[in-house]
Design a protein. Sequence first.
Length: 421
Amino acid sequence: MAANLTILAADFATLQKNADQLFLLIMGCMVFLMQSGFAFLEAGSVRSKNTTNILIKNMLDIFITGLCYWMFGYAFAFGQVGNPFIGHSDFFAGSLRHSPDPAFWFFQFVFCATATTIVSGAMAERTEFVCYLVYCVVIGGFMYPVVTHWAWSDVGWLANGPGGIVYKDFAGSGVVHVVGGTTALVGAKILGPRIGRFKDGQPVQIPGHTVPLVALGAFILFFGFLAFNGGSQASISGAGDGQIVSIAMVNTLVSGAAGGLVAMMVKRSGLLGGVNWSLLTSINGALSGMVAICAAADSAYSWGAVVIGVVAGVVYCAWSKLVIKLGVDDPLDAVAVHLGAGLWGVLAAPILARDVGLITADKEYALRLFGWNLLGVLVIMVWCAVVSALMFGTLKCLGILRVPPEIELRGKLRFFVWILS
């Protein structure tokens, strides 16, 4: 009898592990699909002459980030031997047999690829091809993994704050989106605006060329965000796992819906210039809501998720105006969506989270958590700004950051036509 119970317990444990791995793989594949969403959104938002370049970039993001994360990115992020700053074991993904769990590695890789691809939207239409290669290596292999180690590894300094405080960022408002958004801001500023984007200090609209591609990319990203946030639970077999995954997905939906509607109304009011119903503004508002809820997707009440989404829509609109005022050319508003909304999401989590929030839980602990989240996101921003400034500054000094004016004016479609032959 005892032997049978032992065998049954072992079989049940195996079933649990298999279920969790399958869950991570399915969620990871859905998040992986977001790469096509970014590709379509970016391709439709730029001029037709640069479409091929954008699509090649998204392919390179997957290829280069995948290899770099396998070789050393995962080791820096989750290496079992490490210190509070960086991991240093499991290089070449520890052979992917015993450590780490291959399903966990895959899920973390698609998050890394998401952080990397955010940058290209802000630097579209004028970036040198080799620059894509370099920043994919630096972001995917070093910058993002270090931040991941701080916040999500067992020994990271943000995950082990004073008095038991743990940085609250369930699905990466800060770890993923602030990293990508900060790097995008620094890169776009150092790169400079597209030719003709500003005239006498005033912005000039450069519209994209394919509305259906933009809409298709948006729907794919909306779909992927459900897995992005729901899959961050990382398991499905434990008690309450299904409930948390469900809460995360519902919160993602309502926060995105609120953000999209608010941004649309702000645009219609004329505060952003013009009084039209803007598809791109609505899309970016919805994405901002989904970015902002990442930090508290598992623990916010649904009304709290709506509040986060409403504010995210306003934050997006404000950051969109601010970026232009700074003279930064961001064709996709990637900085406003990912840095602006991501920053708001990290700060909103300690306010509106169910069990630890300032409104619904112990005030003293919530204030300490708010302070720790604030410190964490500021350090993340400084880290990414310094590393990206060194990277893009070096590329600019070497003359390999920006394409020559004649190539930019002609478009990089013909420049890369040989790749398709």
